[in-house]
Structure formats: structure tokens, C-alpha cells
Ligand binder design. Structure first.
Ligand code: SF4
Length: 301
């Protein structure tokens, strides 16, 4: 631990603050967190938290979700500039237009979306809970927003449903091509390829395992395979490289980095704890609508 990290840890105790970090955060940020997880785990931890203050080291929609589940708490996003290009691809009006076109459909909203979009949806999901959430709904028609790749993956897992896709994507995961996946398969024929469902369907064809970041970490920790190809953001590769130095690890493509996730600096985290940053504030109608959608997701587990 360096001096700055020690200062943060001391201050978070004094402030009764809980620091949560996503797996895609840099390792120095993960090291000062009370818990590291994917969006689903962080949402559940935020909901159970007894602390007065939450510091969400991730991107804006994650801090918004923590605030929605804990409206009475002070929630900080250390870097105000850390957004999500996928979340920015959809507006509430897009959801309302789809609802009008498909009045019988339920709207399932991936958590990588704004509070305003969650507020006009029926239920949220994460990449680990998407299939379960879609199965749990009585509606045959499902509008899935905003990630077309995750929606397409879910529609294959639940063929009895008609899944209507919105044309959004994560530019980082969607940036992997079938050519990239084939190149890695040809170069490492013995390796297990582990891929996130935000990747394109033609990339998923090459996967030995498809799952959330938590699912990929779990698979990598348990498998006997000696070589692994990590098909999600660099942060997961960094965690596994530190934990499993004996494995042959590589990413599916060089420079597989979400720049927004890397915007959190330790100095920003300290500034939150010192009260030098503005906490997350959301309008009441977004808070209540989005809370309903998120709580339904958490109930389903
Ligand atoms: S990895 Fe993709 S979905 Fe996740 S925050 Fe970055 S742009 Fe958004």
C-alpha cells in the first residue's frame, strides 16, 4: 500500500464509507475497495450497505444504481467524467416508442443504462441475471434494451420468447471481430476461450465459456486448463494475471480497455471522502421508477 492508499483507508473508516469497485477498475483502485465485483454484485452490496456514504469506483450508471437503491445515503462517483457509451446510446423516448409499437411486451433493461431509461422499463438485468430475468416474466414478447448482443444471446437461451432488440452495444466488446477470435483460436488451439455476452454473436461462436465478468473469473479460477483467453475488458486479465501466474493467459485482442472505467484515480477517491466532490443527485421520478426496476431484478436474484 502506498501513502495515498493508506490515507484513503483511514479516512473511509472515519467517514463510515463503503468503497465498491468494479472488476474493470485499475488494480490500485481495487486494492483500496471494501468489495470488488460486477454490476450485479455491486448493486446487491449497495442495497445491503449500512454505511452513510458509498463511493462507487466505476462509471456513472453504477453510481446512479447505488443511489437509486440507497436514496438516503450519500453516493459518490469519483470521476464525474466516467460515463458509458452504451448507456448513452438510448434515451427514455426510445423505450416509450418501443412500448407503443409492442404494447404486449415487457421491457427488460440491462443495468448499463441511465436512471431515466431504467425508470421507464419494467425490470433491470445484468449480464449474469439476464436469462433468469427474461424467463421469469409472463410476457411472450420482451423488449431488450440497450445491448443488442446481450439481447441476442438471451434470445437464443430462451427461444420460447420473442425478443425485440434495441440497436445499442458496448463499443469495447462489440469491437472484437470474428477474425480476432479466429486468430486467437488458431494461435492457441488448446486454450479455453472465455467471452462476455456483450461480444458479437459471431465471436461467441468461438467461445468455450460465455458469461459475466464474475462468471469468467469463476471459470478461470476453477478450470484445470493451462491456457486461457480472456474475452472481456483488460481489468479481468489483470486480476487473473496477479492471482494465477502459472496459467498461460492472454486477452482476445490487444488493448481491450474501457477508457471510461480507467478514469477513476486514487486522488478522486480521496477527494470524495474529504467531501470535495459533489454527490450523485437524481430527480424524484427517476429515483422511484428506476428503484422499482432494480428492486425487481434484485428480488429475482
Ligand atoms: S465496458 Fe462497455 S458497457 Fe462497460 S462501461 Fe465500458 S463502454 Fe460501458
Amino acid at each position: 500500500m502506498n501513502e495515498l492508499q493508506e490515507k484513503i483507508i483511514k479516512l473511509k473508516k472515519e467517514r463510515n464509507a463503503l468503497i465498491l469497485a468494479h472488476y474493470y477498475q485499475t488494480l490500485p483502485v481495487q486494492d483500496i475497495a471494501d468489495a470488488v465485483g460486477d454490476s450485479f454484485a455491486l448493486a446487491k452490496l449497495a442495497q445491503k450497505a449500512k454505511n452513510d456514504t458509498l463511493v462507487l469506483c466505476g462509471v456513472r450508471f453504477m453510481a446512479e444504481s447505488a443511489k437509486i437503491l440507497n436514496p438516503e445515503k450519500t453516493v459518490y462517483l469519483p470521476s464525474g467524467e466516467a460515463g458509458c457509451p452504451m448507456a448513452d446510446m438510448i434515451k427514455p423516448e426510445d423505450v416509450l416508442a418501443l412500448r407503443k409499437k409492442y404494447p404486449e411486451a415487457a421491457v427488460v433493461c440491462y443495468v448499463n443504462s441511465s436512471a431515466a431509461v431504467k425508470a421507464v422499463s419494467d425490470i433491470c438485468c445484468t449480464s449474469s441475471s439476464a436469462e433468469k430475468v427474461v424467463r421469469s416474466l409472463p410476457n411472450r414478447q420482451i423488449i431488450f434494451v440497450p445491448d443488442r448482443n446481450l439481447g441476442s444471446f438471451v434470445s437464443k437461451c430462451v427461444p420460447e420468447k420473442e425478443v425485440i432488440l434495441f440497436n445499442g452495444c458496448c463499443p469495447i466488446h462489440d469491437g472484437i471481430s470474428a477474425k480476432d477470435a479466429k486468430a486467437v483460436r488458431d494461435a492457441t488451439p488448446e486454450a479455453k476461450i472465455l467471452v462476455h455476452p456483450e461480444c458479437r454473436p459471431e465471436v461467441l461462436e468461438f467461445a468455450d465459456f460465455i458469461g459475466s465478468t464474475a462468471g469468467i473469473l469463476d471459470y478461470a479460477r476453477k478450470t484445470d486448463a493451462k491456457e486461457l483467453v480472456i474475452g472481456t475488458e483488460q481489468g479481468v486479465f489483470d486480476i487473473l494475471s496477479r492471482e494465477l501466474p502459472e496459467k498461460g493467459l492472454r486477452t482476445i485482442k490487444n488493448n481491450f480497455v474501457c477508457s471510461d472505467m480507467k478514469k477513476t484515480k486514487l486522488e478522486d477517491v480521496l477527494a470524495c471522502l474529504e467531501g470535495k466532490k459533489l454527490p450523485i443527485v437524481l430527480p424524484e421520478d427517476e429515483l422511484s421508477g428506476a428503484r422499482r426496476s432494480l428492486e425487481r431484478m434484485v428480488e429475482i436474484g
